[in-house]
Design a protein around this ligand. Sequence first.
Ligand code: ATP
Ligand code: MG
Length: 435
Amino acid sequence: MFNLVKGTHDVILSEADKYSYIEQTFIQVAEFFNYKEFRTPIIESSELFQRSVGDSSDIVRKEMYTFLDKGDRSITLRPELTAGIIRSIVNNKLLALGDIPVKAYYVGPCFRYERPQQGRYRQFNQFGIECVGVVSPYRDVEVISLCYYGLKILGFKNLKLVINCLGDDESRTNYKNVLRDYFAKHLDNMCGDCKERFKLNVLRILDCKDPSDQEIVKNAPRIEDYLTPKSKENFDKILKTLDNLGIEYEIDRNLVRGLDYYSDVVFEFHYTSSKGINYGALCGGGHYNKLIQEIGGPKDIEGCGFAIGIERIASVMNDDNLFADIDESLDCYVMPLDISYQNKAIEIATTLRLNGFKSDVNLEGKGLKGMLKKALKFNTKYALILGEDEVNSNKIVVKDLKEEKQESIELDELISYLDQKESEDCECHHHQNEE
Ligand code: ATP
Ligand code: MG
């Protein structure tokens, strides 16, 4: 027996269906917004993340799976996908002037060496988008709204959009200077991490979760007083448009996000499940104006994106019964009552599948009762019984397990019989009958 590697988990059976459902929902929404899929490697050069996610981030400082390969190259399992997507956009020269924006979506595993706990794993899955070549704050709104509608379609109510503006380079340089002056006076009483943050990126102190540090953060200078007129104007446009779209938000002036590449608007969606469990941020994102250049792309091209954690979404949806609608039923379960009918049963199951009926066949021969039990376990609509009489007369018994009725049907007519039953069964038909 081998145990799971710490911080990893198997996503199997119905849980895997749930993950697919979440991913497919977001993929469809992204396609509707005219995003295209990007699949980039799970391994990238370590330097890519040092440059993009940033040396001062927790991710690069302590959470990366980094190793030397047999050719002595420093390789890292991606802790997030933005860096790889931008690298790919740059490498493939997709940023010609007439081609922007490049709208990319992705889904796949990420790796972070974190302390495993509720909703936090060392291998987890993200869906996300990047819009590269953003020249209007309304593009930022589009990114935020895509995330919002994805969550809405999954059934989330009472979503909390937490939003902030970190400003452009000039705003941030000014703000960082006053922040440094302020925290320099308090640094002796702050946690070790904050002392480190002070040296690497003072903004990150705003994010500290230590309660006594938070008291100090409360009285720190506010970013809003240091935004350039352009940054302020852009942020106001974003908020105004969110108002018009009916997307509620809460401004949190201390929201800085964990990655170094953000500038101007940053956001997270928060949600507390009906059980009162707060899984933290379901997703996070924002605008970046230096990242593309940092990764070797053209100057002055800006982008915006977000990433959601599939594990977090699935946990909340489990808690709040938002998965109720996933159809896991089986249309047909073919049950040969004798081993010698199994070949016939396989042929019938194949024909059913080729005609659009999700089907399985019993090849374990546990008697009628046992087979019916299995059919019920699979939430089957029709149990198809193949006994001696049926085999001799080229027929099959179709047992409707919902209505508990059964009929003997000519094999040649099986598909048209089932098609007929299905069309009687469909919603529209029911309504017609009611009227
Ligand atoms: P957190 O504050 O929860 O650590 P983060 O700021 O590190 O999140 P991002 O890097 O923005 O998160 O990743 C986007 C999303 O990916 C998060 O909102 C979360 O849903 C998910 N996520 C991040 N780290 C993990 C993890 N270790 N396990 C599961 N999901 C994660
Ligand atoms: Mg984190």
